[in-house]
Design a protein around this ligand. Structure first.
Ligand code: GRF
Length: 207
């Protein structure tokens, strides 16, 4: 059997996508395939940290203000991922932009989930409810979510997997956000499974 794919999950907030990954690793489609070795938050009060602790997953809180500069903060983040021998980094509502340091160490090994059908509705300012407001204001008939590789831009990395949701008459940003988030919880574990099948198993085969 191939070695478990070791995930490091980066969070800043409620961590519902983290929860979906935890559940998938414990009893779902990632069981016996992936494990979360560490959850790292840049916010000490993130609910995501509680979810991780409840699941018995090691947590770390790295706050930007504890470091003299952003590069030093990013170096600490990279080191924490290396210390936990992470194969794949999953950003799940992590609000900091990753520096070249992290990107170089984890080239094509960092995923992020975004609550829209990229390349539309991504970039600076396109987070949280702003995304769903923009989608509704544009009169779109569908929205969805995207798992993409992280590069040096904001939401510009290669698209890995997407799922769509319909837009219904009378939708509000809240209603649409809830529908998209539910879809995200299916999509992120599916994306990690696809990554596992297309990269990890084969790299194990090569010995
Ligand atoms: C999700 O909507 C995700 O697409 C975006 O941030 C939100 C995180 O939510 N990047 P949660 O913390 O996983 O509940």
């Amino acid at each position: 059997m191939a070695r478990l794919l070791t995930l490091g999950v980066l969070v800043s907030g409620s961590g519902s996508n983290l929860q979906a990954l935890i559940d998938a690793c414990q009893e779902g489609i990632l069981k016996n395939k992936a494990t979360i070795a560490v959850v790292i938050s840049d916010k000490p009060n993130a609910l995501a940290l509680e979810r991780a602790k409840k699941a018995g997953i090691p947590t770390l809180c790295l706050e930007r203000q504890s470091y003299a500069s952003t590069p030093l903060f990013m170096t600490a983040l990279t080191q924490a991922l290396l210390d936990h021998a992470i194969d794949l980094v999953c950003c799940a509502g992590f609000l900091k932009i990753l520096s070249d340091d992290v990107l170089c160490h984890y080239q094509h090994r960092i995923l992020n989930i975004h609550p829209a059908l990229l390349p539309k509705y991504g970039g600076k300012g396109m987070y949280g409810h702003h995304v769903h407001e923009a989608v509704l204001a544009a009169g779109e008939t569908e929205s969805g979510c995207t798992v993409h590789f992280v590069n040096e831009g904001i939401d510009t990395g290669e698209i890995f997997l997407q799922a769509k949701v319909p837009i219904r008459a009378g939708d509000t940003p809240d209603l649409l956000a809830a529908r998209v988030l539910k879809k995200e919880h299916e999509l992120y574990p599916q994306a990690v499974l696809r990554y596992y099948e297309s990269n990890h198993v084969h790299s194990e085969d090569r010995g």
